[in-house]
Each structure stands twice: as structure tokens, then as C-alpha cells.
Design a protein around this ligand. Structure first.
Ligand SMILES: Nc1nc2c(ncn2[C@@H]2O[C@H](COP(=O)(O)OP(=O)(O)OP(=O)(O)O)[C@@H](O)[C@H]2O)c(=O)[nH]1
Ligand SMILES: [Mg+2]
Length: 365
């Protein structure tokens, strides 16, 4: 899974990125600090893995990973070359979802490019720039498809879709709100990599004082929450600065620090939960002496396709899946013991994999 971090300059994108990846990307108190994109890979924290790895004395424990891309800040007029322009948006065309950082914290020492703290205005500024960038993409497509459609009548449908989409964006709407039930059109929509078609998670960056009650007293956060609800997006509240401090602590110190702040989980954990929810993902596990590993799949994935995540041969030669819930397996101490208790299911091709399933695939190639 790949997530792209966007927002106005100086709102805390790189600070968040650093805390997530500890990659040490430059974060500084002046707008446009980030010019080239920063890319970092983060392990998805998963305590089930550690417990299973210990039980099997696994040589290797492999978590699921998320890739983060931190890019330069966008300003009003970026599509016309303001600020650093908008060419760097190409670095996030391929992401699965967008993390949109919105400044909700007051701090006279940190410059806001538009002078005042106003999360909704900021979201609209960014959305508009994303829309302009998408319109550029569509115009290029329209030019190409228009020419080809004269030779190939089957392209007429696509040409019409492109025009309708462009008109939709020109009204200031996001591609995500474009309505169609047509399978071909949906496939095309997916293939364009439009930024405003991607799911969005808003990161409401608050001051430390707003952290404990999850931003409930912050007017800006309330507005972001309402906006997110209207647009089927997710929100999570963080204080990027505190996150960065947390990321420098070891596990024990981290737990104490979180407790002092009245928090149950770190920003990374909140963000991962929000993105799994938004993208409809969960994970199953494979466990053994060689390796214990977490695999991310779409909710609703059936056993053969889950097996295909591991190896295409596993999917092609799928026979059966031996499935046990990780809690049952840990309680029994071994797969054999769990089998004896009747806790291991022999599942076929139609089995829908559940979160926390530990699976042993039987296949034949
Ligand atoms: N008070 C406060 N300051 C913060 C917070 N998050 C970031 N900052 C400060 O804001 C400034 C800008 O942070 P960056 O993370 O570099 O901002 P950015 O969004 O990456 O900026 P560009 O790369 O210029 O687009 C730094 O001085 C940070 O220390 C926060 O939660 N609270
Ligand atoms: Mg930055």
C-alpha cells in the first residue's frame, strides 16, 4: 500500500512523514522546505506477528508495509506555476490513497502561507489545485482519444466519458463524486490515476492541548470532520510535533509517554487503521519456523486469491486452506493441538478470508 502526503506548505507534512518513517527528511519552519519527494517504507505494527513468531521461533518475522511519499506543499495557483508549481504531483499519481494534512494548530511562530488558520479554506485551496491538475491530464487524454476515435469507433464511448468528466471537474467537483454504474466507465476512471478520484484521509494537525480529547474542542477539527463525512473520507487527529518526539522513543518509553498524554495509540497506528478502513483492507497471517508474516488483502477476498498474494502458483494450484484464528492457535500452543480441539477448518475455494486468520495453503503445481 502506498500513501501520498499532501497539503499547503508549512502545515507539518514532513514532520508527520519523519515521525512515520524516521527517515529524517528535512522539516523546517519555512514554506517550501521540501522540494524533492521523500519516500519511506513503514512496517505496519501488528502484535499478533510477534506472538506467533515467538511461538514458532520463526527465523524471520515479516510485517506488512506501507510506503509513504512526502511531497512539496501546494499553494493557490500552483497549476499556473505559483510556488513550486504542480509538476511534483506526478510523484503521487500512483498512490492508493492521499493523506491530506490540514493545519488546525495555532502557533504564531509558524508561518501560514495564507495568513490565518482556516482548515476549510485550506482544504478547498488544495482540492482546487488537484482538480486543475486532473483537468490537465484529461485534456491530454481528450486530445489523444479524439484523434484515435476518428479511426476507431469503439473509442467514442471513452471520448464522451472524458468530456463529461472534464465538465464535472470544471464545476469544481472531485472526480470521486462523478456518478456512473457502467463497468467500462468505472474501469476507465480507475485507469486515469486522477488525484481527485483517490480516497482521502485528512490528518488534522492540532496542538498538544487538543490531542487528549481527539480534537473535540477544536472548531477547525469539527469542520474537517463534517467535510470528511460529506465526502466519504476519513479523519485522524494528530500533533505532528509530538509524533516526532514519540518516534524517537523506545517501546517502553513510548507506552509511558502515550499514557501521560492520555492516548491509547500513536499517530501511525491511527493512520494505519484509518487507511485500512477507508480502503477496505485487513490482513491474514502465515506462520512457521522459517517465517511468520502478515499479508494485506481486500475485505471479501476468497482463499485462492489470498493464496495468490503469496505466490501465483498457490492460486493456480489451490486445493484447500487450513484456517485457524490466531487467538485459538496461540491459546493451544500449536497447530496440532488446535486441530485436535477442532479449531482448524479445512476450507475450499469459496472461503472468504477473515482478519486474523492464520492460513496454511494446500496446493498442487
Ligand atoms: N506548533 C506546532 N508546530 C508544528 C507542528 N507540526 C509541524 N510544526 C512546525 O511547522 C513547521 C513546518 O513543518 P514541516 O513539517 O516542515 O512542514 P511541511 O508541510 O512539510 O512544509 P513544506 O515542505 O514547506 O511544504 C516546522 O517548524 C514544524 O516544527 C505541530 O503539530 N505543532
Ligand atoms: Mg515538507
Amino acid at each position: 500500500m502506498k500513501l501520498g502526503i499532501i497539503g499547503l506548505p508549512n502545515v507539518g507534512k514532513s514532520t508527520l512523514f519523519n515521525s512515520l518513517t524516521k527517515a529524517g527528511a528535512e522539516s523546517a519552519n519555512y514554506p517550501f522546505c521540501t522540494i524533492d519527494p521523500n519516500v519511506g517504507v513503514v512496517a505496519v505494527p501488528d502484535e499478533r506477528l510477534k506472538l506467533l513468531g515467538d511461538m514458532y521461533h520463526s527465523k524471520k518475522v515479516t510485517p506488512a508495509v506501507i510506503e509513504f511519499v512526502d511531497i512539496a506543499g501546494l499553494v493557490k495557483g500552483a497549476s499556473k506555476g505559483e510556488g513550486l508549481g504542480n509538476q511534483f504531483l506526478s510523484n503521487i499519481r500512483e498512490v492508493d490513497a492521499i493523506v491530506h494534512v490540514v493545519r488546525c494548530f495555532e502557533d504564531g511562530n509558524v508561518v501560514h502561507v495564507d495568513g490565518t488558520i482556516n482548515p476549510l479554506r485550506d482544504i478547498e485551496t488544495i482540492n482546487l489545485e488537484l482538480i486543475f491538475s486532473d483537468i490537465e491530464i484529461l485534456e491530454r487524454r481528450i486530445a489523444k482519444t479524439g484523434k484515435a476515435a476518428r479511426m476507431d469507433k469503439s473509442l467514442a464511448k471513452e471520448a464522451a466519458l472524458l468530456e463529461a468528466l472534464k465538465a464535472h471537474l470544471e464545476e469544481g467537483s472531485l472526480a470521486r463524486s462523478f456518478k456512473t454504474e457502467d463497468e467500462d466507465e468505472l474501469a476507465l476512471l480507475n485507469s486515469y490515476n486522477l488525484l481527485t478520484y483517490k480516497p482521502v484521509i485528512f490528518a488534522a494537525n492540532v496542538g498538544e492541548e487538543d490531542l487528549a480529547n481527539d480534537g473535540a474542542d477544536n472548531e477547525g477539527v469539527k469542520k474537517v470532520r463534517d467535510f470528511a463525512a460529506e465526502t466519504c473520507s476519513e479523519v485522524f487527529v494528530i500533533c505532528a510535533q509530538i509524533e516526532q518526539e514519540i518516534s524517537e522513543l523506545d517501546e517502553e518509553e513510548k507506552a509511558m509517554f502515550l499514557e501521560d498524554l492520555g492516548l491509547e495509540e500513536s499517530g501511525l497506528e491511527k493512520l494505519i487503521k484509518a487507511s485500512y478502513r477507508l480502503l477496505g483492507l485487513h490482513s491474514f497471517l502465515t506462520a512457521g519456523e522459517d517465517e511468520t508474516r502478515a499479508w494485506t488483502i481486500k475485505v471479501g477476498t476468497k482463499a485462492p486469491q489470498a493464496a495468490g498474494k503469496i505466490h501465483t502458483d498457490f492460486e493456480r494450484g489451490f486445493i484447500k486452506a487450513e484456517v485457524v484464528n490466531y487467538k485459538d492457535l496461540l491459546e493451544q500452543g500449536s497447530l496440532a493441538a488446535a486441530r485436535e480441539k477442532g479449531l482448524v477448518g479445512m476450507e475450499g475455494k469459496e472461503y472468504v478470508v477473515k482478519d486474523g486468520d492464520v492460513i496454511l495453503f494446500r496446493f498442487n503445481v
